[in-house]
Design a protein around this ligand. Structure first.
Ligand SMILES: [Zn+2]
Length: 177
């Protein structure tokens, strides 16, 4: 990694990975969207928030804290603390793209989907979506929502609930539990 100096702490951490098959450059591939990848609970071996050997957990915490703020300010600060801005657009829906209520950033780490509202402020796609609406897909992994462990424990009869809640949102635009 080349050395960079930032006015503030960078919004990523370097991870010691010797992972085979890690691709560098051309990083426009989106992370799996939870809803479509829901067939297997263990579809991805990716660690939480880790991509190309960089862990963007600090970026996602930063963005979630900036909900309601003018995007121009949030964006320019984020960009100044990142090697490139691609990871921003993994959880922020750019203008005209599909807004997802939730993104999966690792095997079982989920984040609120974000978008830019009419007044160009950072906003949650589904403000009413909360941790207690989400149910683990398996018993073996620690599931988290916005960095906080799920409050619900694994229950085989509810393992598909997250998929159900999200697909209902796509159909009706409403979250019902
Ligand atoms: Zn598991």
């Amino acid at each position: 990694m080349n050395k960079r100096s930032f006015a503030k702490k960078p919004l990523y951490r370097q991870v010691n990975t010797r992972t085979h098959g890690v691709r560098h450059g051309g990083g426009h591939a989106r992370w799996d969207r939870n809803t479509k990848a829901a067939g297997s609970a263990h579809a991805s071996k990716m660690k939480s928030g880790v991509r190309h050997g960089l862990d963007y957990t600090p970026l996602y915490k930063f963005l979630l804290k900036k909900v309601g703020q003018p995007w121009s300010e949030v964006h320019s600060e984020a960009v100044s603390r990142l090697p490139d801005e691609d990871p921003i657009w993994y959880i922020v829906a750019s203008a005209g793209s599909v807004r997802e209520p939730i993104y999966r950033t690792g095997e079982s780490s989920y984040l609120s989907g974000l978008y830019l509202n009419e007044t160009a402020h950072l906003a949650l796609v589904v403000p009413s979506l909360s941790n207690n609406m989400l149910w683990p897909k398996c018993a073996c992994c620690t599931h988290s929502f916005n960095g906080t462990p799920f409050v619900n424990s694994f229950d085989p009869s509810r393992a598909d609930d997250m998929f159900r809640v999200l697909s209902e949102w796509h159909r009706t635009g409403a979250i019902r539990t």
